[in-house]
Write a protein that binds this ligand. Structure first.
Ligand code: TXA
Ligand code: MG
Length: 348
């Protein structure tokens, strides 16, 4: 299939491009589009064969359900029942935005979308292209991140192009995504609201509005409530080591690891903060990518997946990544870094 990549204005999206996207979606085809978090791979959520194409294009396991994207409350009401006061507060404070709500589904929601689960995950994105595309289509849009399964989520049109070229008819490319990490997935289906995946809206932000919040800590061999969390996401090809500690010690340890790697004829890439970068240049890594300042986690979040992808493209055998402080957006950043590193975390 030939893929068309159309550049679209991220603030005032061109009407004819939105129309073209909507036509493909209504015809049961896939369209990749930007959201404020990462790019989504969209299909008509009410069309089972269109949704099946998502799983095929991504190579996604069938047991991993899809988030449904809506552009207004009426559309959300078609999909979800049992709006609780907590759900109302979330909508009021965080929609449109990077918060996905898991709630009991109505009969309108297809099994392929929820992977047979009784609840559906929905969110209203704030990116003008995403919102206007859903509006123009007039349908709820099922959309996972537009990456091949197991790769970092795409935060630019170029990332989508690399993963989805010749698999889908249209990519709407509005450049870089603002947040750069996926939405927070919050389970509101019963009891205390529970974070299933940390993301663009922090636990602290949710607590300020909802009061007590739980975090779903995945235990060994437990079936995760968000099935996607069991997969080793965001995994680069190279062996990744995540280092957590003071900047000084991280720099020193990275220097040693670069030396050791080179002795084994390995290519060593470094993902570090702006503060550590000046001390790492002269250790001669094969790639040095600055994620952003320690004091600006939103900067680190927006650059993280780009850095991981770059390490793969440049064939790094070993990737040394500097951790950030937990709390706020830092918790979501560390969640993604830990997943990418598997178990290889060094606390120093
Ligand atoms: O920011 C985002 O959320 C992006 C953009 C495109 O909206 N989407 C995204 O989708 O990250 P995806 O499919 O890559 O991740 C969705 C996560 C998975 O971990 C999945 O298991 C979980 O949400 N999820 C989806 N439906 C669920 C449900 N009904 N119950 C529990 N977890 C669900
Ligand atoms: Mg994903």
């Amino acid at each position: 299939m030939q893929t068309k990549r159309s550049y679209i204005d991220g603030v005032h999206p061109e009407a004819e491009l939105l129309k073209e996207g909507a036509e493909w979606l209504r015809a049961g085809e896939l369209v990749a589009f930007p959201t404020e978090t990462v790019y989504g791979l969209g299909a008509n959520a009410l069309d089972a064969s269109a949704c099946a194409k998502i799983f095929a294009a991504k190579g996604r396991p069938q047991d991993n359900p899809l988030i449904v994207h809506v552009c207004n409350r009426v559309m959300a009401n078609l999909l979800v029942e049992g709006w609780t006061p907590a759900a109302e507060l979330c909508v009021q404070h965080f929609w449109p935005g990077p918060l996905t709500l898991v709630m009991p589904k109505t009969a309108n929601v297809l099994d392929i979308v929820t992977a047979g689960l009784p609840n559906v995950a929905i969110r209203m994105p704030s990116h003008p292209v995403a919102l206007r595309l859903i509006e123009e289509t007039g349908l709820p849009i099922a959309a996972p991140s537009a990456n091949l399964s197991g790769k970092p989520s795409p935060t630019s049109g170029s990332h989508v192009w690399r993963d989805m070229k010749s698999k889908i008819p249209l990519i709407l490319d509005a450049g870089a995504c603002l947040v750069g990490l996926e939405s927070t997935v919050l389970d509101l289906s019963g009891g205390i609201p529970t974070i299933l995946r940390p993301g663009g809206i922090s636990k602290e932000q949710l607590e300020a509005v909802l009061g007590e919040i739980q975090v779903d800590e995945l235990l060994e061999n437990q079936v995760p409530k968000a099935p996607g969390m069991k997969y080793r996401h965001y995994a680069p090809q190279g062996e990744m080591i995540l280092m957590v500690g003071s900047s000084e010690r991280v720099v020193q340890r990275m220097g040693q690891e670069i030396y050791k790697g080179h002795a084994r004829l390995k290519k060593v890439g470094v993902l570090c903060t702006l503060e550590s970068a000046p001390f790492l240049h002269n250790r001669l890594p094969d790639l040095l990518f600055v994620l952003g300042s320690k004091n600006r986690p939103e900067e680190v979040a927006s650059n993280l997946f780009e850095g991981l992808r770059l390490c793969d493209e440049r064939g790094m055998d070993i990737i040394l990544a500097e951790g950030v402080e937990e709390g706020g957006l830092g918790t979501a950043i560390m969640n993604r870094l830990q997943k990418a590193a598997g178990r290889k975390i060094q606390y120093i």
